[in-house]
Design a protein around this ligand. Structure first.
Ligand code: HEM
Length: 261
């Protein structure tokens, strides 16, 4: 038989209709076709939303890699890390003005975070609405384990970033809080007495690990790279990349807490 995409989806919708036409107690259940008529098709196609998620993720992950490597300068001493912060602010100054690059990066990050959350939320709401079979009355649908982990992981990461900016960028919540005194701010932040701050950073970074690992893994599926044979290697790459990034970040607050820097 020759399958076309339309033929396959209408065949599938027939299966869904047949399977779901009886509820749990033999009563007819509400049925929604997974293939809505043109008039009901969403204004923004799912593929565009996935594209927004992917492009914003590339920007955010790129930033994280550079940020993590930059943070490691602290192991070369106070002058290295403080000098690095000043260097970032003067980089491309003839073209963008003083701090121009920093503000351009901040704008790109803000747009990416907003776009990422907007597209992911819209896709999640659609997936919820499109569920063809409604569960029996009062039986709340919780969504899959991964969906919930991604959603709550995303919320924790967002709260962390807000706290982190108030801590180490504006200095508002930092015990030292001196502008551009990165070494002193970091070492004052992570001390044995303030173990809960270190713990919060660890928890946030563990959430980032799971969020990133799953995101990378789903991206390979969306791009059609994943086959049965490649699956284990792609999963290993996603785990190794996310693990290295998170360990590279964690080594700084942990070293500061234990007095190694
Ligand atoms: C756990 C180890 C981390 C340390 C020690 C650290 C350290 C710092 C420091 C010192 C700054 C201020 C830099 C400056 O003013 O020049 C900063 C800014 C920032 N960090 Fe981190 N960071 C860590 C992890 C993260 C993570 C995991 C994220 C994202 C999820 C992140 C996102 C940011 C952002 C968005 C800024 C603001 C950049 C700006 O607008 O100037 N950081 N971080």
């Amino acid at each position: 038989m020759h399958w076309t995409v339309g033929g396959l989806s209408s065949a599938l919708s027939g299966v869904v209709t047949q399977v779901s036409s009886k509820g749990a107690a033999g009563k007819p259940a509400a049925v929604k076709s997974p293939n809505p008529p043109a008039a009901k098709r969403p204004l923004i196609p799912a593929v565009l939303l996935k594209f927004v998620i992917a492009v914003s993720a590339v920007v955010l992950v790129g930033y994280l890699v550079v940020h993590m490597i930059g943070n490691l300068q602290i192991f070369f001493g106070r002058d290295a890390i403080d000098g690095y912060a000043v260097w970032l602010r003067t980089l491309l100054a003839p073209v963008l003005g003083n701090e121009g690059l920093v503000w351009a990066v901040r704008a790109a990050l803000t747009i990416s975070v907003v776009g990422h959350i907007w597209a992911a939320t819209l896709l999640a709401l659609r997936a919820k609405k499109a569920r063809p079979v409604k569960y029996a009355a009062g039986n709340k649908v919780k969504g899959s384990y991964t969906t919930r982990t991604m959603r709550w992981g995303g919320v924790i990461v967002l709260l962390f970033v807000i706290y982190h900016i108030l801590d180490l960028t504006t200095g508002t919540l930092n015990p030292n809080g001196e502008h551009l005194a990165v070494y002193d701010n970091v070492t004052a932040d992570f001390t044995p007495e303030r173990w809960y701050v270190t713990l919060f950073y660890v928890l946030a970074l563990v959430s980032i690990f799971f969020h990133l690992r799953h995101g990378l893994w789903s991206a390979t599926q969306t791009l059609g790279w994943s086959t049965n044979r490649r699956e284990p290697i792609l999963k290993a790459i996603a785990t190794t990349f996310s693990g290295l990034l998170v360990v590279g970040f964690l080594i700084v607050p942990i070293s500061a807490t234990f007095g190694w820097i």
